[in-house]
Structure formats: C-alpha cells, structure tokens
Design a binder for this molecule. Structure first.
Ligand code: NAI
Length: 724
C-alpha cells in the first residue's frame, strides 16, 4: 500500500511498513539544509513518530546529491551569535528526534546516499541508525565546514567520533576532506555499498531486517571493534581510556597549531567540540557545537572564506565575454604544443576532466613519450584514489596521442602552446600553426609573463589569440588566468573560459599586460623578500614570517620551486615594463649556478633525492652578504605583503583586473594568498583603506617610493569606499 503526505520538500511513500522519505528541495536545484527544509522535516518526523504502520525508514534524495550541506547563503542571515546558536539548537532537537526513532521507538532509519552527503548532509545521515552508499564515483561523504570557517554543528563533532573513533573523525573534520565509499566502509562510516541501481532496494531491505536485530543503544567503539586490527586497535586503546584521550587531544592540538599558526579558529573550535563531546559527554559536545558555531559564523575568517566560496560560484557562471549573448565555440579536439611540465599537465586535465581528444606535439620522440607518461601518471593517481575507474582511465588515455609533426592538427578547435618561455619561439610557432588549423580555432599561450599582444603580433587572426595561464602542477592547482588583448574576440574568450571550466578550473579573465595579474603581483612580493635578505634577515626567518601570515610556503622557498633562473628572467621583463618599482636587489646576480630545486642548489639544501633540508647558509658568503641580524617578524610580513597588496590595487586601477573579486580569487587560488584573509582586496576592506594607506606611506618614508600607495587605495581611503 502507498500513502503520501502533503509536503513541499519531501515525499513519503510507505510500502510494507517501510517509509521511503525522499528529500527534494522544491526551491533549489540542490538539497541544502536551512529553514525551509527543516520546517518541513519537522512534519516528516511527526508522521514517522506517530504512524504505527511505519516500522522502518529509508531517507534518500531525488536530486543528484543526497544533501550538500547547509545553505551557505543562510549563514549571512545569522548576524547575531546568539541567534545562530539558537538556530543550531533547533537543528539539534530535530536530529535528536530522528535519532530517537531508532533508539527509543525501534524504527531503523537507513540513509540511502547517492552523490554528495556533505556537512549537514552527513550529519543528517549520522543521526540515522544505518548508512548505505552507492558505488558511483560522484558519491562522497565529508564535513567540509572548516573550509568555510565554521564547524560541523549538526551533531557531527559528537556523533562522528563515536561512530568511527576520535583520530579518524578528527582527520575528516579538521581537513574537510572528502571520503569515498570504499574508505567510508573501511572506517565503519557506512554499513554497506550498493551498486547504484540497487541502492534503494538494499537500503529498504536493511531497514526491514535491522528491525529484528538488536538495536544498538550505545553505538561507537563496540560497533566497529570487529572491523579492526593492528595499529587501529592500538589507537583505539589510546582513545578509550581517559589518560590516552587526553594525550591524543593534546597531540592533535599541537599538530593543528603547527599547521595553522593560529590563523584558523574554526579548526581549533572543532577540535575542542570533539574533545568536550568525548570527555564530558554528548550534551556538552552539542552545547559546544552550538556556541562555537554562533561565534564562528560571524567571524572575519568565516566571512572571508565564504566570500571566496561565493566568488568561485559566481565565476562558474561568468562566460568571461563582455557581450553576455556570446556563446563559446565547441571544443572537441585540443592540441598542446610542448609536452613538458605544463604541457603534460594541460593534456592530462583536457582528457581527464574536459573529455576532449588531445594531440600533443613535441620536438622529438622522447618529448612525446614524456608527455604521455605525465598523462598516465595523473590518470593512475586518480585510479589509485578511486576517483576514476580503470576502464575510464584507459578511455581517457586513448584520447591522447602525440607526435613530432603537424598531423592531426587540421581539425583542432583549440591550440594551447606551452613551449619554452621565448617570445621568438612562441611567435614562430603561432605563425606556423595558423597555416594548418582552421579559421575558427583559438590559439592560447601558456606564457607566464610575455604580454599576449606581443605574441599575437605574429598572427594573421589576432582575434583568435589569447593567453591561458595555468599554474603548476596543472592537475592540482585550481586557477586558470585567461588573458585577453584588445583584439581578442568575445567568442574566443568565451571558448577559452568554457574549456578551462571543463578542465576543472576556476577561471578569471584579465586584460593583457606584462605579467598579467598573478605573475605581476608575485614579482614585487618576491623582490621585497630578497631585499630583506640583502639587509640581513635570515632565509628561514623570512619564509617563516610569511608562512605565519598564512601563505603555504615562504617566498624564498617558492623561488627555489619556481627556479631562481626563471625568477631572474621574470624580474627583467617586469623591470623593462614598470621600471625601478619592480627592480629586485642585485643579490642574486652573484649566484653561481643556483637554480633552486631543479639543480638541488638554491636557498635551501637538497639531498641526492631532492629532499629539502635547512637553509643553505653558504649562500650568504657566496653573495657577499654580511652577518645575519634579527629583523622583527612584523616588519618582514608588512613589507612583503604590502608590496603584493599595493600591486594588486595598481592592477585594478589600470584595468588589468576586471573586478576586485577576480583579484581576490586569483591571488588566493593561484598564489596561495591566505584564504582566511579573503584576498588582497578583501584584506584592504577588512583592515580599512585608510590604515592600509597609512601603512604604505610609512613604509615609503622608511624604505623608498616603491611603497607609494596606489591612487585607487588613496581614493578609497578618502571617500570611505570599499572594494568588495
Ligand atoms: P618545460 O621545459 O618543462 O617544457 C617545454 C617543452 O616544450 C619541452 O618539453 C620542449 O621539448 C617543448 N618544446 C620546445 N620547443 C618546441 C617546439 N618548437 N615544438 C614543440 N615542443 C617544443 O617548460 P614548462 O615549465 O612546461 O613551461 C612551458 C611554458 O609554460 C613556458 O612558457 C612557461 O613560462 C609557462 N609556465 C610555466 C609554469 C611553471 O611553473 N613551470 C607556470 C605557468 C606557465
């Protein structure tokens, strides 16, 4: 028999005593947790509790995902910490009712999960008695809340450690990482994995049979003991005695602070909520969740992180073209010129993510082979991480071919050039390839500094020429900077943006100029670090200062990674274009064959295998630098970061950037600008333009005119305007 209840966002179908509750948010494309869904869910619970014909429940979704988390827009309405805390408590009450369906009413509740069950979605599933997932590659579980500067506050900090153990739960909660079905099964996070088409059937059967089994009253430790052996058992022993627990939490905190430098309060609070839930009991855990969430959702860190989230989402819908009606051309076939580090990566994401047919051209057979090996390595890694099936990896590999001649280029839709950084070479290749490809094909250069306009001078169809600037390693870095010249057509721009998005990138479009946006703002940042070195600061002191400020690596280590020789070339291009403001100190001209990591000789020491050690102190003498002196950390941070922030402002002022939002996303995703600061423009707004201008003027007085604040900053300070 089937009965239905009138609900807006849910349907309930009861058959043989099992109620299949299907979430289907009517007002949104995806299921997200927020007031509309919760209000309806209350009525669902009323029915499940009181209908005696219902003996078990399956909770599932009609969307492609189970439930992707809280509605992040709703966070913006929570401007008062106490109100936010109260909203969380209301959620707790609902989830408790869901839990009591099985703990006190003995009606098993099985979450049948396809697609993403993230944040509040996973927490909803955790309040069920059982979880079954399907085996689709899109199915993932996780608690990504810390990425938005908040914590799992729908019971995740309490229920997850009870289900899978403290160490594993912390690993998921503090990193925000996704867990795939096989791993989830191993952790005891899910009870079963079903083939996609049998998901509901398996879940329904479980809901019916679980009823006859003993209902676990105290879940957790004992529930998954049987699954364990070896080191996990040892860790568990540590977790289950109070002394062991204290040690574990203390270690976790030390490790966390070493990684975050105190810049991410959400991670610290999440750890504390988990601790309270484990050591002081579930109620203490829930209380902590609600209180911490209230504090965090209104914090500057969370606001900054959410601005990046929303900025990225806006960019995902932005065609990049100024004419909104322009459609991108179809790209089925891509050619990659030069299959080195960058070309190999570009080929990989073009087949793996974009599903295009890829043709690589190299100078010789070993070059071709190197490129194909790179693609293979990327695909293998995906298979290993269970993000890709073997069969699909083979298919993706078959779509990539390579050669040393122009065969297969005639019907190419997009050419991406990634040969050496040499203007003449890039120009001659452009002229040559234009003789072979069709009129419609777009030509993109992956140059990191050469103005696209200069390359396009060699073109007979400059409207089809632009830059697609990727970051290394291409398969990992999320940003693509598309560079357009005055001649680039809207169609070409939209085509490059759409294809970049298919490759999995967040794409910003910037106007042409030396260094475009990202390479331009990193140059004065690196230069200032070198000046500090010249003035006596130690290598490690400089790098540590910037890491503490929130960058993933310091500027000198970054220089080693990029290559000291490459850095010097970039500086030359920038000085030619912008004059002294971009001039680095001369220190590096004295280096003897120091190229950084690639020849294992840079600011740091590298062993035979390329493993990095301490700073290479012999560099001081080699460069004729005197003894090191203590430079206050704040001075290092201020000088180096202000150079970048000011340069970003100049890029907006000169129209290189189309918006402050793009500048923020570009700096965070391309250069590792601290996400919790939201990007250079968000940071200026947060600190206040008047204070930033003061700071720059002070630095200019002490250290020189390169710190003169951009006019756009001065104007913002005078007019009291903000950038975002
Ligand atoms: P790479 O040296 O690893 O690769 C360049 C490849 O181009 C080599 O395999 C070479 O054999 C091939 N090549 C040279 N002349 C060619 C020709 N006439 N036809 C076909 N292939 C040819 O260099 P990488 O690092 O991949 O850089 C390539 C481009 O990407 C450069 O313009 C660089 O500035 C830019 N770039 C590099 C980044 C990096 O982090 N390495 C980041 C962003 C852009």
């Amino acid at each position: 028999m089937t009965t239905a209840t009138e609900l807006e966002h849910f349907s309930i179908n009861v058959e043989d005593g099992i109620a299949v509750v299907t979430m289907d948010r009517a007002d949104q494309e995806m299921n997200t947790l927020g007031p509309p869904l919760m209000t309806d869910f209350e009525r669902v619970l009323d029915r499940l509790e009181t209908d005696d014909a219902i003996i078990g429940v399956v909770l599932t979704s009609a969307k492609k995902d189970f439930l992707v988390g809280a509605d992040v827009k709703w966070f913006a309405e929570l401007t008062d910490p106490e109100e936010a805390t109260a909203a969380i408590q209301a959620g707790h009450a609902l989830f408790a009712r869901l839990e009591q369906l099985h703990t006190t009413r003995h009606k098993p509740v099985v979450a049948a999960i396809r697609g993403a069950a993230l944040g509040g979605g996973l927490e909803l599933a955790l309040a069920c008695s059982h979880r079954v997932v399907d085996d689709d590659p899109s199915t993932v579980l996780g608690q990504p809340e810390v990425k938005l500067g908040v914590i799992p506050a729908g019971g995740g900090c309490v229920r997850l450690p009870r289900l899978i153990g403290v160490a594993e739960a912390l690993d998921i909660i503090l990193t925000g990482k996704n867990v795939r079905p096989a791993k989830a099964r191993k952790l005891g996070l899910v009870d079963d994995i079903a083939p996609a088409r049998y998901l509901l059937e398996v879940a329904t059967r479980l809901a019916a049979s679980a009823r006859t089994a003993a209902v676990p009253t105290k879940r957790g430790v004992s529930a998954f003991l049987s699954n364990l052996s070896g080191d996990r058992l040892q860790r568990l022993a540590l977790e289950t005695n109070p002394v062991g627990q204290s040690v574990l939490f203390k270690q976790a905190r030390q490790k966390l602070l070493a990684e975050t430098h105190g810049n991410y309060p959400a991670q610290e609070r999440a750890l504390e909520a988990v601790r309270l839930g484990v050591q002081d009991g579930v109620d203490a855990g829930y209380r902590a969740e609600a209180r911490f969430f209230g504090e965090l959702v209104t914090s500057s860190e969370s606001l900054a992180l959410r601005s990046i989230f929303f900025g990225t989402r806006e960019l995902a819908k932005d065609s990049g073209a100024s004419d909104l009606d322009v459609e991108p051309s179809t790209v089925d076939k891509v050619a990659v010129l030069g299959g080195g580090l960058m070309g190999g990566g570009i080929a990989a994401v073009s087949t793996l993510n974009a599903g295009a047919t890829v043709r690589v051209k190299e100078v010789d057979a070993p070059g071709v082979e190197r490129a194909l090996r790179y693609v293979r390595k990327v695909l293998d890694e995906q298979v290993k991480r269970r993000r890709l099936r073997d069969f699909d990896a083979e298919k993706a590999m078959l779509a990539v071919t390579g050669d040393t001649d122009w065969r297969g280029f005639a019907d190419t839709d997009l050419v991406i050039e990634a040969v050496f950084e040499d203007l003449d070479l890039k120009r001659s290749i452009l002229t040559e390839v234009e003789g072979i490809i069709g009129e419609h094909a777009v030509f993109a250069s992956n140059t990191s500094t050469i103005p696209i306009t200069q390359i396009a001078e060699a073109s007979s169809r400059p409207e089809n020429v632009l830059g697609m600037h990727y970051f290394s390693p291409v398969e990992k870095m999320p940003l693509l900077e598309v560079i357009v010249t005055k001649s680039t057509s809207d169609t070409a721009t939209a085509t490059a943006v759409a294809f970049g998005r298919r490759q999995g990138k967040t794409v910003i479009v910037v106007n042409d100029g030396p260094g475009f946006y990202t390479s331009r703002i990193i140059a004065p940042y690196s230069n200032e670090a070198l000046r500090l070195l010249e003035e006596g600061a130690a290598i490690e002191a400089i790098d540590k200062a910037l890491v503490k400020w929130g960058f993933p690596v310091g500027p000198l280590l970054l220089a080693d990674e990029v290559g000291l020789d490459v850095g010097q070339k970039v500086t030359k291009i920038m000085v030619d274009a912008f004059g002294d403001r971009m001039a680095g100190p001369e220190v590096l001209s004295g280096t003897k064959d120091r190229k950084g990591r690639k020849n294992r000789k840079g600011f740091y020491l590298y062993d035979e295998k390329g493993k990095r050690g301490n700073a290479d102190e012999s560099i001081y003498a080699e460069l004729g630098l005197g003894p090191r002196r203590e430079v206050p950390i704040q001075e290092i941070q201020e000088r180096v970061t202000m150079m970048m922030v000011n340069e970003a402002a100049l890029c907006l002022q000169e129209g290189i950037l189309r918006s402050a939002r793009d500048g923020d996303i570009g700096a965070v995703m391309g250069l590792g600008f601290p996400p919790f600061r939201g990007g250079p423009f968000w940071y200026v707004d947060e600190v206040g333009a008047p204070a930033i201008v003061d700071r720059l003027q002070g630095l200019a007085a002490r250290h020189g005119s390169r710190f003169e604040p951009a006019a756009i900053l001065v104007a913002a300070a005078e007019n009291g305007t903000t950038f975002r």
